[in-house]
Write a protein that binds this ligand. Sequence first.
Ligand SMILES: C[S@@+](CC[C@H](N)C(=O)[O-])C[C@H]1O[C@@H](n2cnc3c(N)ncnc32)[C@H](O)[C@@H]1O
Length: 252
Amino acid sequence: MIPGEHGPVRGGAFYDAPQVADRYLRHRHSGVHSPNHVMEEPALLDELGPVADLRVLDLGCGDAAIGRTLLAAGCRSYLGIDGSAEMTRAATATLAGTSGRVDTMDIEKFSAPPHAFDLIISRLALHYVDDLDSVLTACRRSLSPGGRLLITVVHPVITSHEARRSTEQARTDWVVDDYFHTGARRRSWLGDTVTWYHRTIEDYVTALTRADFAITSLRECAPRHDRFDGDMAEFARRRRVPLFLLLAGSRP
Ligand SMILES: C[S@@+](CC[C@H](N)C(=O)[O-])C[C@H]1O[C@@H](n2cnc3c(N)ncnc32)[C@H](O)[C@@H]1O
């Protein structure tokens, strides 16, 4: 439960540590071997619906691969922000030749005029944020009436506790512990250490409701059969442990 010897390790700084962004992006784009590809992305694409003419903000955009997809699908504008200079460099390369923009900035510091966006997405970034309430309030303020927020985070059964694994083999189970003891967790990942903030599913739902979002979807991103290229052993393995939580809400 101790975030780190010298306080929390912030997400943006973590991804700027040597090799971390590279390692992340290699894993992220490894097809069947990427849980994002087989679990998170299909659920997210289902929930996105038509994006034509929408002004989109992406909090913690990483390499902004989704930005290219959304622009190709006709969104009016795409702005990605990320606290990591390495990631925004990658995002700038991804968005080259498009109208998409990217800024290096902490999610907690971002502000925009009222009604500046129609859709705000945030994929796997908000469990790096301590003060979720302030971020959600800023999101609600900058959305147009009827605008939507769509977020994914690492599933609370995973953020609850760092299971001790005895081997380096692919994970087939997970220990859930300290589930109702919410707050900072020091997590070893991608060869370095970062701080994640554990919240229960109930906490996420309550935070969205408190920020005045009407919840329209809650999904646990079950693996999608058609994304496994016939690798049924991997499909069976991915059905064992939930890795991602998706929540969507609309602004009244
Ligand atoms: C797991 S990656 C996800 C990237 C991208 N959304 C994707 O789905 O591939 C998390 C991203 O959030 C960014 N991040 C973490 N905490 C942040 C913060 N407080 N402010 C801005 N960006 C942050 C990191 O730099 C990293 O690019």
